[in-house]
Design a protein around this ligand. Structure first.
Ligand code: FAD
Length: 445
C-alpha cells in the first residue's frame, strides 16, 4: 500500500474542491485532490453546465418554432426540426471540454489528482481505492468537499421511469409526457426546457406556489410563463406513488387523489449533503442538521479540517462552493480571509430568469429593517421591448432611513438588488455576458 504525505488533501473534485485545490497549488502548497469520478463534480458533469446547455437549445428551438408562424417584426422562417441526439452530444462535448480544462488547470498548479473513492480514517488520513490499488494520504490540512446528491422520494423511488436531474440531462429522446415532482429551481428549469422541446409537462408541488424559496412577487412572472408554455402546474399536491403499471404518477391534491400519465417522472425535491460513505463517522465533526457545521472561515469543529460547498448546506450553489474553496486555500496559505455569506447571488434559469442578491423585502423586514422598494417593469424599458422580453422587472430593496444611499461612513445600506426578473435576451449573448454568476469552472484557457 502506497503512502503519500502532503500539506493539503481535498476530498471531492467539484467546484468547491477543485477551486480549493487550484488555489492551494497556486499558493505553492503541496496538494492532493481525491475524486471518485470526473473532476468538475455535479455542476460541471450533471448540473449547472449540462442543464444550461439544454435550456439554451430548448430556447433556440422554441424561438424557431415561434418564428415559423411569423413574428411581430416581420420574420417568418420554415418549421424547424431538432435532432435531439445531436443536442445531447453537443452538451456532452461542452462538458468534456470543461472537464479537460479543469484537469489541465489542476495539473498546471501542480495538484496531484488521485482518482478513486476516498475514506477518511481520521482527521488527517484518507485511504483511497484506486484502479491500481489502495493509497493512504496523510495531510496537514483536509478540505472536505464531497458535495450533495439528489434527494429521493420514498413513495416514488428512482428507477425505471422515475429519474433525478442527472438522468433527465441525458435522456435519449424528449419524453412525450413528463411529470415533474417539485417546483424548485431544478424542476422548473428542466420542466420548462422540456416543454419548449415539445414534451407535455405537468409540475406537482406540495407548497401553495412555485419557487417556494423565492418571494411571491419574483415567482409570479415565471408562473405566467409556465402557463404560456403549456405547462400544467398542480400546487398543494403530494406525489404519493406510482400506478400499478408504473406508467402514471399518483398524487394527492386538495380536490382528491388522481393519476398523471407520464413517460418519465423527474423527482426534483432537493439535494442532500453527501455525508455518507466516506468515513464521516470516524471524525469528530459538529453537524448542523444533515450538513457539516462550519464557521465563517469554513473551518469545522476539528483542527485543520475544513469543509466547503454543498456538504455544508444551503445555498447549494456552485459559485458559493467556489468562493468557499478559494477562501480556505487562502487561509491555509496564511492569508486572513473569511467567507461573507450575506450576499450570495442566485439565478433561476427559467423564462424569464430570476436573478437575486441580498435580502428580499420580506427577509429584510423579518430582520427588523424598515424598507423601501423600488420596482421598474421591463414593459417600460426600451431595450426589453426591442428584445421582445417585456415580462419581468428590476426591484431594489433599501433601508427606509437612507433609501439605500451610502451613509457618511461610506458603506452602502442597500439591502438587496434582489429581484431582477429578467427577460430572456435574444441578442446572441451580449447582455447575457453580464448576468453570469459563476457556475463555470475557472477559464480553462
Ligand atoms: P459537487 O459538485 O457535488 O462535487 C462533489 C464531488 O466530490 C463529486 O465529484 C463526487 O464524485 C466527489 N466525491 C464525493 N465523495 C467522494 C469520496 N469519498 N471520494 C472521492 N470523491 C468523492 N449551481 C449554480 O450555482 N448555478 C446553477 O445554474 C446550478 N444549476 C444546477 C443544475 C442542476 C440540475 C443541479 C443538480 C445543480 C445545479 N447547481 C447550480 C448546484 C451546483 O451543481 C452545486 O452547488 C455544486 O456542484 C456544489 O459543488 P461541490 O463542490 O460542493 O459538490
Amino acid at each position: 500500500m502506497a503512502e503519500i504525505a502532503t500539506r493539503v488533501l481535498v476530498l471531492g473534485g467539484g467546484p468547491g474542491g477543485y477551486v480549493a485545490a487550484i488555489r492551494a497549488g497556486h499558493h505553492g502548497l503541496d496538494t492532493v485532490l481525491v475524486e471518485d469520478t470526473k473532476v468538475g463534480g455535479t455542476c460541471l458533469n450533471v448540473g449547472c453546465i449540462p442543464s444550461k446547455a439544454l435550456i439554451h437549445a430548448a430556447e433556440e428551438y422554441a424561438r424557431a418554432v415561434r418564428q415559423a408562424s411569423g413574428s411581430a417584426f416581420g420574420l417568418t422562417t420554415a418549421a424547424p426540426t431538432l435532432d435531439f441526439a445531436r443536442t445531447v452530444a453537443w452538451k456532452d462535448g461542452i462538458v468534456a471540454r470543461l472537464n479537460a480544462g479543469v484537469a489541465s488547470l489542476l495539473k498546471k498548479q501542480g495538484v496531484k489528482i488521485l482518482r478513486g473513492h476516498g475514506t477518511m480514517l481520521d482527521g488527517k488520513t484518507c485511504r483511497v481505492e484506486t484502479d491500481t490499488g489502495s493509497e493512504t494520504i496523510r495531510a496537514e490540512h483536509v478540505i472536505l468537499a464531497t458535495g450533495s446528491s439528489p434527494l429521493a422520494l420514498p413513495a416514488v423511488p428512482f428507477g425505471g421511469r422515475v429519474m433525478s436531474s442527472t438522468e433527465a440531462l441525458s435522456l435519449p429522446e424528449v419524453p412525450g409526457r413528463l411529470a415533474v415532482v417539485g417546483a424548485g429551481y431544478i424542476g422548473l428549469e428542466l420542466g420548462l426546457a422540456f416543454a419548449k422541446l415539445g414534451a407535455a409537462v405537468t409540475v406537482v408541488e406540495a407548497a401553495g406556489r412555485i419557487l417556494p424559496l423565492y418571494d411571491a412577487e419574483l415567482a409570479r412572472p415565471v408562473m405566467r410563463s409556465l402557463e404560456t408554455h403549456g405547462v400544467t402546474v398542480i400546487l398543494g399536491a403530494r406525489a404519493a406513488g406510482l400506478s400499478e403499471a408504473g406508467d402514471a404518477l399518483l398524487i394527492e391534491a386538495a380536490e382528491g387523489a388522481r393519476e398523471i400519465a407520464a413517460d418519465r417522472i423527474l423527482v426534483a425535491i432537493g439535494r442532500r449533503p453527501a455525508t455518507a460513505g466516506w468515513g464521516l463517522e470516524r471524525l469528530d465533526l459538529t453537524m448542523n442538521g444533515a450538513c457539516i457545521r462550519i464557521d465563517e472561515r469554513c473551518h469545522t469543529s476539528m483542527r485543520n479540517v475544513w469543509a466547503v460547498g454543498d456538504v455544508t448546506g444551503e445555498p447549494m450553489l456552485a459559485h458559493r462552493a467556489m468562493a468557499q474553496g478559494e477562501t480556505v486555500a487562502d487561509i491555509v496559505a496564511g492569508r486572513r480571509r473569511s467567507f461573507d455569506r450575506r450576499v450570495i447571488p442566485s439565478v433561476v434559469f427559467t423564462d424569464p430568469e430570476i436573478v437575486a442578491a441580498g435580502l428580499s423585502p420580506g427577509e429584510a423586514r423579518s430582520a427588523g429593517h424598515e424598507v423601501r422598494t423600488g420596482l421598474f417593469p421591463f414593459a417600460a424599458n426600451g431595450r426589453a421591448m426591442t428584445l421582445e422580453g417585456e415580462e419581468g422587472f428590476v426591484r431594489v430593496t433599501a433601508r427606509a432611513d437612507d433609501h439605500g444611499a451610502g451613509h457618511p461612513g461610506g458603506r452602502s445600506r442597500r439591502l438587496g438588488t434582489g429581484g431582477r426578473v429578467r427577460p430572456r435576451h435574444r441578442d446572441g449573448g451580449a447582455a447575457r455576458r453580464h448576468r453570469r454568476h459563476g457556475p463555470h469552472p475557472p477559464d480553462p484557457g
